[in-house]
Structure formats: structure tokens, C-alpha cells
Write a protein that binds this ligand. Structure first.
Ligand SMILES: *Cc1c(COP(=O)(O)O)cnc(C)c1O
Length: 490
């Protein structure tokens, strides 16, 4: 339990002259301060908080207790796949043989690290049915931008510069249209049918020689598998466009079905969703991009390639002339890459095939157990996630936001709410494959309790949360006016 007395009592912890540590003089420094050029010297000391060690320990420990994470409780955030981050990943990421490497070390001195890169590129290609991957992009949205740059560069290489239209379903993740716009392409929306899948009749008239490609995710944002995917891919290819797969959440397909086999040409994967690396307050992430055969040369520089079977000199960092250019400072987030590689190796070829079925089973179990009290707009088997449209009984005035806030009182993180935009009261639930039957049952029971409270004592639900360190926050202000550094006030 967090110590609320302590965190409320003193907000500003700095006290002038209070010190945690004093460092001994550095015996290795072989110059005198006076020898440094004057213009490089600080005129006054840095303005840092002055706190003793115990205060620092309590501050960070209490802050960590105010946080909610996968390690503290169930986190069914649809579309974001908050899966468990196995601790062996962390051990590998800080392995002494890798942790001290510098990005600009000569290739010959980092062959082991390049082998990890190469092997992960290769594993992702095998799992997704693509020919080759780059691990350079730093996030899912960054991967989308990189993939769309591959698409643009491909069309430009064929002299088809008029292809600037990117078709995006109305159920798509918000980053899809945003990435297309950032890439300088034009976004065109295609409608969904009542069952949440792409309306092929709405798509047909959009296809002409100005189409660069179409972005899709399958299963789509509603957790529904797009059964017409082969037809859709054939139509887009027929029109000269490329198919882009948003593989942020590859969970339901992992080891069972490959985007490359469904007709997709370019895709990204979020290592910080499907491959169990942390999301961590906006980073670090990783959004590797894969392409089918024929598009490899457009991938960003630099690329890691295998040149021989030599144990100490088998891999090379390459810069190709046809590449779209650079999308990152170097070869991406190595620590994240180590974690994802550890995850794949620890699952192994057989167990990787269990991820999708278990994630799918868990999602369907929760859905079926609650659909008598929550509105289920799309019936049938879902994949790894599903969407409720709020409480079934709307007469109480209790909204999805209220239910989400009340869940926090019971120690569960809220699901994704008010997304996708296809429903007014959307609650998007993704349990992941990690959760036990007991956890799912507890979650189901709590949601049923909240549904009962909504009828019997709606005001209590509408004013939730009651047990958290802070109550309802101004979400917009919290996102736009973050204070992430120490503000020294003299
Ligand atoms: C999370 C997500 C993204 C964006 O990934 P970021 O790493 O947050 O940029 C894109 N598409 C889908 C479907 C996602 O769930």
C-alpha cells in the first residue's frame, strides 16, 4: 500500500544544504579545473534537488506504488497488448557481454551483437512470412512511417509518382492515417460492414492508378478476422497498389498464420506488444518493418547482413543505394531487440504456436461470460480481443468511463475505452495469453458487481474511483501539460 500520508505531507522534498552523498575526489582525473577553457566552465552549480538518501528512496518507492503495471495487476488494454514482460528478457538485455557496446564500434568488434540482430530479423521474417526485416524503427507508428516510405520509394522507383492515395478502414488504429499523412500521402477511408469487416463494395470504386496501397490489420481492431482478405489483397494488387499490414498486435496469429501468406507486402510489428518487451511510459519501443521479396533494397539504412559463416566476422552493417534513407540514429533500440530475441528463444518453435490460441480462448471466455450484462455489438468468435458497447442497461446513466474508473477501485486496470470510434460506449478488452483462469474469473466477477452497482447505487459508480491516490483527472491536461523534470524554483 502506498504511503499517502507521506506523499501528501511534503510535495517539494528539496531542502537547501541537505545532501545524500558526497563523492570522494576523483583520483583518475589528471587535469586541473583551472586548465579547462573558461567559456566551458559553469558559472554556478547545477540546480538539482537537495535530498538525503532515505527521502529519495521513499520518494521513488511511493511513486512506484502509485503506478499500475502488468507486474501489479491485470491490464486488459485492448489493442495495446499489455502482456507480461518475462524477467529473463531483462537479464539478457543487461548481459555483461552486450551492455557496454557502443553504436559506433567497428563491425568486426561486435559480431555477436550483429548476429542477434540478424537472427531476430530472420525469426520475424519466418514468423510473418516476409522476406526481410529492418529493426531500426523506434516504435509502431515509426514502423508504419518507415513501411509507407518503402511503399512510396517503390512506386517512385517505377516512375509512378502519382500513386499517393492510402486506403485505411474506418476501424483502423489512429496511427495509420496519421503515419500516411506524415509520409506526405493522402488518406482515403473505406467503410466497415455491420460485422466490423471491410466493405468490399465500398473499396472497389476507390481503386485506381493513384492508389499507393492499403493499410489493414487482421484480425481488425474489433478482434474480427477479415475473411475476405485474399479478395481484398487481389483487388489492391490488381490496381497496382501494395498491401500494408499493421502487425502491432501479431498475438492471435503468431506461429499459426502469416501476413505474408495473406497477401501483404509490407508490415510492422511492435516488439513492445507481441514480443513481450516493456511499453514503459512511451518508450523505449521498437517497430521492426518487414517486406516481401523484391522490396528488400528499399529498406532503411543501415542493414545487418550475413556475409559468411565465420564465427568472428560473419556479419556486416551495410548501406544500400536504393534504400529510402535513414529513419533512426543507428540500428534501433538494442536493449529492446535483446529482450524480444530472448522471448522468442525462450518460447521456442512449438510454444510460439500456443500464444494465439490461448489469447483467443481467454478473450472469448471473458466475452461470453459477460455478454448478458454488457452490450456485445458483434456476436461470434473473436480473436485476441473484443469490444463491448457499454453496459447493456443504459437506463442508469452509468457510462463506460464510469465503469472504467470503478474497475480501478477493485484493483484492475481499465480496458481501452471509447476506441474504436464505431461505437459510442466502446470498451475494448484484451486479456492476453498470460492470464490464469482465476484472474479472468475475478475480473468477470468484478465487472458483474459493477453492473449491479450501476443499478443499485449509480452515483457511487459515477463518482469512482474512491480508493486510488488521485480521483478523476483532467485527461487532456494530464497529457498536454506534463511536468517530467524537476523544476527548480529559487
Ligand atoms: C499500438 C498500435 C500502434 C502504434 O504503436 P506505437 O508503438 O504506440 O507507436 C499501431 N497500430 C496498432 C493496431 C496498435 O495497437
Amino acid at each position: 500500500m502506498n504511503n499517502q500520508y507521506y506523499s501528501k505531507l511534503i510535495f517539494e522534498l528539496s531542502r537547501e544544504g541537505r545532501q545524500g552523498y558526497s563523492l570522494p575526489p576523483n583520483e583518475f582525473v589528471n587535469f586541473k579545473i583551472e586548465d579547462l577553457p573558461r567559456q566551458l566552465l559553469r558559472q554556478e552549480g547545477p540546480k538539482l534537488p537537495e535530498v538525503d538518501e532515505l527521502t529519495v528512496v521513499r520518494h521513488y518507492t511511493n511513486m512506484s506504488n502509485n503506478n499500475f503495471g502488468v507486474d501489479t495487476g491485470f491490464y486488459p488494454l485492448g489493442s495495446c497488448t499489455m502482456k507480461y514482460n518475462p524477467k529473463i528478457n531483462e537479464d539478457m538485455a543487461v548481459h555483461p557481454d552486450f551492455v557496454g557496446l557502443h553504436p559506433f564500434q567497428p563491425a568486426g568488434t561486435v559480431d555477436g551483437a550483429l548476429e542477434v540482430y540478424y537472427n531476430l530479423q530472420h525469426s520475424l521474417a519466418e514468423l510473418s512470412g516476409m522476406s526481410e526485416f529492418t529493426l531500426n524503427p523506434y516504435a509502431g507508428a515509426h514502423g508504419e512511417l518507415t513501411g509507407l516510405m518503402v511503399m512510396r520509394t517503390y512506386h517512385e522507383s517505377r516512375g509512378e509518382t502519382q500513386r499517393r492515395k492510402v486506403i485505411v478502414p474506418d476501424s483502423a488504429h489512429g496511427t495509420n492515417p496519421a503515419s500516411a499523412a506524415v509520409c506526405g500521402l493522402e488518406v482515403v477511408t473505406v467503410k466497415s460492414l455491420a460485422d466490423g469487416t471491410v466493405d468490399v463494395d465500398d473499396l472497389r470504386p476507390l481503386l485506381d492508378d493513384t492508389v499507393a496501397g492499403m493499410m489493414m490489420t487482421n484480425p481488425n481492431t474489433l478482434g474480427i478476422f477479415e475473411r475476405k482478405i485474399a479478395t481484398i489483397a487481389a483487388m489492391v494488387h490488381e490496381a497496382g497498389g501494395l498491401m500494408y499490414y499493421d502487425g502491432a498486435n501479431l498475438n492471435p496469429l503468431l506461429g499459426r498464420c502469416r501476413p505474408g501468406d495473406l497477401g501483404f507486402d509490407i508490415m510492422h510489428i511492435n516488439l513492445h506488444k507481441t514480443f513481450s518487451t516493456p511499453h514503459g511510459g512511451g518508450g523505449p519501443g521498437s517497430g521492426p518493418v518487414g517486406v516481401r521479396a523484391g522490396l528488400e533494397r528499399f529498406l532503411p539504412n543501415p542493414r545487418v547482413v550475413k556475409v559468411s559463416d565465420d564465427e568472428t566476422d560473419g556479419f556486416m552493417v551495410q548501406h544500400g543505394d536504393d534504400s529510402l534513407g535513414y529513419v533512426s540514429g543507428h540500428l534501433g533500440n538494442f536493449g529492446v531487440i535483446m529482450r524480444a530475441y530472448a522471448y522468442i528463444l525462450s518460447l521456442g518453435r512449438e510454444n510460439v504456436k500456443q500464444v494465439g490460441p490461448l489469447a483467443t480462448l481467454n478473450a472469448n471466455y471473458v466475452k461470453e461470460s459477460l455478454k448478458d450484462v454488457f452490450e456485445l455489438p458483434i456476436e461470434g468468435v473473436c480473436k485476441h480481443e473484443f469490444v463491448f458497447d457499454g453496459l447493456k442497461d443504459k437506463s442508469t446513466g452509468v457510462t463506460t468511463l464510469d465503469v472504467a474508473k470503478r474497475l480501478l477501485d477493485y484493483g484492475f486496470h481499465a480496458p481501452t475505452i471509447y476506441f474504436p470510434l464505431l461505437f459510442h460506449e466502446a470498451m475494448m478488452i484484451e486479456p492476453t495469453e498470460n492470464e490464469s483462469r482465476e484472474t479472468l474469473d475475478a475480473f468477470i466477477e468484478v465487472l458483474r458487481t459493477i453492473a449491479r452497482e450501476a443499478r443499485e447505487n449509480p452515483d457511487m459508480v459515477k463518482t469512482a474511483p474512491h480508493n486510488t491516490p488521485v480521483r478523476r483527472l483532467d485527461d487532456t491536461k494530464a497529457a498536454l501539460e506534463q511536468i517530467v523534470t524537476y523544476n527548480f524554483e529559487a
